[in-house]
Design a binder for this molecule. Structure first.
Ligand SMILES: [Zn+2]
Ligand SMILES: [Zn+2]
Length: 248
């Protein structure tokens, strides 16, 4: 059963003193799913009281450092803590070699039971306890996937980094929660296009088209101030929650 979610980092590209780079925790009744593990995620994850014994799955959207730069350190700390329960890593085709080569170049062993799911080959499937996942490819500078995590009643969709696209609409169709990137404000939409990102209004259009219940925005340029983000609303509801835990 899906219970809650918490954005651990909502900064795009570069972290700031107050905003970490991309990571999201989805908590089910039995375990946690992390999506993205940007640099610095470990401390943000620990600060929120998350526990190794609950972390059973890590999904990675794409291999830009603000989305996976914290993964090898997190796995290294996991090894040092002696955590041995199986962990499943889901992501782009190069994820496995990225992690294994990283450990090799650090000259250290991974010493953990890791199961790998290449999302290009297996774009949908079942996790434990009746939780399912589905992925759709996004439109970014490098291969990138959006994810939908569902139980029998609810679902949550995470879409970052991408230009607005029809696969995002398809993935988010009738979702309870869509978490979508909004790297730029709409007056910077030309820049957003050049960098293969979305603006807040484009994310809102995706939410409209997909008829989602709730839209949450993330992956902000550091130029956008908290005071401005606090004013963003979609369907009469605020759509920026920073790192506050949200009940599903
Ligand atoms: Zn990014
Ligand atoms: Zn990116």
């Amino acid at each position: 059963m899906l219970k809650s979610f918490q954005i651990l980092g909502c900064s795009g590209g570069v972290p700031t003193q107050d905003r970490g780079v991309s990571s999201l925790i989805i908590s089910t009744a039995d375990f946690d799913i992390m999506i993205d593990c940007g640099e610095g995620t470990y401390l943000n994850w620990q600060r929120q009281g998350c526990k190794w014994k609950h972390l059973h799955y890590i999904f990675i959207t794409h291999l830009h450092p603000d989305h996976c730069g914290g993964l090898i350190p997190l796995l290294f700390y996991r090894k040092l803590y002696g955590i041995t329960n199986p962990l499943t890593l889901v992501g782009p085709p190069d994820l496995e070699s990225f992690v294994l080569q990283g450990f090799r170049l650090f000259n250290t062993s991974i010493k953990q039971e890791i199961r790998w799911i290449n999302i290009e080959e297996t774009p949908r499937g079942n996790l434990k306890s009746g939780i399912a996942f589905q992925a759709e490819e996004m439109v970014h500078k490098i291969p990138c996937w959006g994810y939908r995590i569902s139980d029998s009643e609810k679902n949550i969709v995470f879409v970052t980094d991408t230009l607005p696209n029809e696969n995002a609409v398809k993935l988010a169709e009738n979702a309870d929660v869509l978490i979508h990137e909004a790297t730029f404000t709409h007056d910077n939409r030309v820049k957003a296009r050049e960098h293969y990102h979305s603006t807040q209004l484009q994310a809102m259009e995706i939410a409209d088209k997909a008829k989602v219940q709730r839209l949450i925005l993330t992956h902000f340029s550091q130029r956008i101030k908290d005071s401005e983000l606090n004013e963003w609303q979609w369907n009469g509801q605020p759509c920026v929650v920073f790192n506050k835990r949200q009940i599903l």
